[in-house]
Design a protein around this ligand. Structure first.
Ligand code: GUE
Ligand code: MG
Length: 294
């Protein structure tokens, strides 16, 4: 038996189409154009790639896209001043500060400066706290994407055993909360967990988000389980190129899993699509419109 492949490209494109339709409706019915501001500090090549694809997809969905590039040696106060300006800019409904920030900048202080109503990354403690309390919140895009991909396989996650490997603020922790909202039973594992293979073997749903290339092996996976690979690791490939691999040993896991996401073409695609969803939701909330149908 070989696993079916969960096609993030197709699922993300379909989601972006629904966002675009809602954006068109909100524009024509209410005269509101949702706007996303992305702040990139320094010049990490991988970050440049993500920011470019965010810009393109935002515009394709009919939303306004604002890019702000700052030098790696920008003063903390100047970065915060930009965030504050975006907070009060009525054309901006979503603010994303690309992470990680260059050394010397205080990430917590920058994230705290974002208006929680415009925090489309769901990183502000107000949104993280609301999510953890079961209240409506802007939730981080990658975990939202993971849930949508899982639901493309399972209509309901109720009572399923899920394991989340990784506990970052951007992925692992909020993903745990979203899974709890779906009534899954959740195990939270991380780099210090003992006997990860055994914990994994009990899971119907495996979420690998540790940032270690191919750490999750095929024989850890319960036969038929759904595997969502959040990792994006750049390894040296042939002819001086880089090669992207996930946190799961994909070829091995294909043999035991029931369904699995590829890297690239899995979770990464959904992250950007969900960013558009969050920007649309933020714009509707800010303008006191009904929540959009996506
Ligand atoms: N404040 C903040 N929010 C983020 O959401 C955030 C961030 N900082 N910093 C970096 C990570 C990473 N991230 C990705 C977005 C899209 C792809 C993506 O489009 N991946 C494609 C192609 C990848 C490629 O070819 O390089 C795929 O997996 O198919 C991947 C990763 C968002 N992040
Ligand atoms: Mg991917």
């Amino acid at each position: 038996m070989t696993a079916s492949i969960i096609d993030g490209k197709i699922i993300a494109a379909e989601l972006r189409g629904r966002v675009a339709a809602e954006v068109a409706r909100v524009k024509s019915e209410h005269g509101v154009t949702p706007g996303l501001a992305v702040v990139l500090v320094g010049s990490d090549p991988a970050s440049e790639v993500y920011v470019r694809s965010k810009h393109k997809q935002t515009q394709e969905a009919g939303m306004a896209s604002f890019e702000h590039k700052l030098p790696a040696d920008v003063a903390q106060a100047d970065l915060i001043a930009l965030v504050q300006k975006l907070n009060t800019d009525p054309t901006v409904h979503g603010i994303l500060v690309q992470l990680p920030l260059p050394k010397g900048l205080d990430t917590d202080a920058v994230v705290n400066a974002i208006d929680p109503a415009k925090d489309v990354d769901g990183l502000h403690p107000t949104n993280a706290g609301r999510l953890a309390s079961g209240m409506p919140a802007l939730s981080p895009c990658t975990p939202l994407g993971c849930i949508i991909l899982t639901k493309s396989v399972h209509k309901s996650l109720e009572g399923m055993n899920a394991i989340v490997i990784g506990r970052s603020n951007l992925v692992g922790r909020p993903l745990v909360q979203l899974l709890l909202n779906e009534n899954a039973t959740v195990t939270i594992a991380h780099s210090k967990s003992r006997d990860l293979a055994k914990l994994c073997a009990q899971a119907d749903l495996v979420y690998a988000a540790v940032g270690r290339p191919e750490m999750v092996r095929g024989d850890w996976i319960k036969p038929g389980a759904t595997v969502i690979d959040v990792g994006i690791n750049r390894l040296p490939g042939a002819e001086g190129k880089t090669r992207l691999v996930g946190d799961v040993a994909y070829q091995e896991a294909l043999k035991t899993a029931g369904a699995i996401t590829p890297v690239p073409g899995g979770v990464g695609q959904m992250t950007v699509a969900c960013l558009l969803v969050n920007t649309l939701r933020a714009a509707c909330a800010i303008h006191k419109l009904a929540a959009p149908a996506v």
